[in-house]
Design a protein around this ligand. Structure first.
Ligand code: IMP
Length: 208
């Protein structure tokens, strides 16, 4: 049997690594830690693609193997695609009063969802359309690269629902479902998620 090719994922996020392993069973998947790499570059670009490439290129300096990195976020159409690349620290960008309110030591995820619900409180149901976007960057062994996009369309709820998942999952309901992402099992979410859509395109490319 041929030895599996190795892909280093420029992340230590266990959820992401698990999802990538499930989608790419024909490859040996290593996290940064498993590959013995320390890489945490500043994400200074203003696009998902730019930031995914920053992460992948930085990790590639330390390995001969292929590297993949993903950058993702939530785009709300009526907010001109915000939070977008600011998704991870959105609360800090918009309103310091939300942080001053933070008597319960809420996590970043909770602060972000609170901030988004607050600025959208007067926006009607029909104008709350949004999508998650994921961009996966691949740097091949020879240093050349390719990028793959995935999206998941849905809308922003008026309040949090569900306890599973992470980030904006409790306030995002994908189209065609009556469940928020945080009310879905990991398996169910991974079937329709933006990240799995991008990873499936990567898989097709690698198998060609
Ligand atoms: P990153 O791509 O891991 O840097 O993710 C950026 C941010 O986007 C996260 O911190 C979350 O706030 C948000 N995000 C990305 N993907 C998801 C998802 O599947 N569910 C909920 N939030 C997400």
């Amino acid at each position: 049997m041929m030895k599996k090719k190795t892909i280093v994922v420029a992340s230590n996020n266990r959820g992401k690594i698990k999802e990538i392993k499930a989608i790419l069973p024909d490859f040996e998947i290593l996290s940064l830690k498993e590959a013995g790499i320390i890489s945490n570059p500043d994400e200074t670009e203003d696009t998902f693609e730019g930031n995914a490439l920053i992460k992948a290129k930085d990790a590639k300096k330390f390995t001969q193997h292929m590297v993949i990195a993903d950058d993702s976020g939530l785009e709300v159409y009526c907010l001109n695609y915000l939070p977008g690349v600011l998704s991870k620290r959105f609360y800090a960008c918009i309103n310091s009063s939300i942080i001053e309110d933070n008597q319960n030591s809420d996590s970043y995820d909770k602060l972000n969802t609170k901030a988004l619900l607050k600025i959208m409180r007067n926006i009607k149901h029909e104008n709350r359309d949004a999508r998650f976007v994921s961009c996966v960057a691949l740097i091949k062994e020879d240093g050349t690269h390719a990028v793959f996009y995935g999206e998941c369309e849905g809308r922003i709820l008026f309040e949090s629902r569900g306890r599973l998942g992470f980030g904006y999952d409790p306030i995002f309901m994908p189209n065609g479902f009556n469940l928020s992402f945080a009310e879905m099992s990991e398996e169910q979410k991974n079937k329709i998620s933006h990240r799995s859509a991008a990873l499936n395109k990567l898989k097709e490319y690698l198998n060609d």
